[in-house]
Write a protein that binds this ligand. Structure first.
Ligand SMILES: [Zn+2]
Length: 90
C-alpha cells in the first residue's frame, strides 16, 4: 500500500495535546533544567486552558472530553519540579 495514511489514535496524543494547551495558556511550565512540567497554580491560566480546550478540541474529541483531559493532566502535574532543590523555588 503506497497510500498509507498516518492514523494516530486520538487517545495516544490527547495527553500531549493537553500539555501543549496548558503550556500555551501559561497554566504549566517546564523546568528548564530537568524538563518536568510544573503547575503554575494560576486559576486564570487554568480557565484559559479550559477555554482553549473547549473551543478547539483535537479531531475526534468532544469539547467535554478535551476539558476532562485538561483537568486530568493538571491533576497529574505537581506545583514544583521534583528534582529542583527546594531553596530555588520562589
Ligand atoms: Zn527542575
Amino acid at each position: 500500500m503506497l497510500m498509507m495514511k498516518e492514523r494516530r489514535p486520538a487517545i495516544r496524543t490527547l495527553r500531549g495535546w493537553a500539555i501543549s494547551v496548558l503550556l500555551e495558556a501559561g497554566a504549566i511550565r517546564e523546568c528548564e533544567e530537568h524538563g518536568w512540567m510544573q503547575d503554575r497554580a494560576d486559576p486564570h491560566a487554568h480557565e484559559r486552558a479550559f477555554d482553549i480546550a473547549r473551543q478547539d478540541p483535537p479531531n475526534g474529541v468532544s469539547a467535554e472530553a478535551a476539558a476532562v483531559e485538561i483537568a486530568e493532566v493538571l491533576e497529574s502535574i505537581g506545583d514544583s519540579c521534583p528534582e529542583c532543590p527546594p531553596e530555588s523555588i520562589g
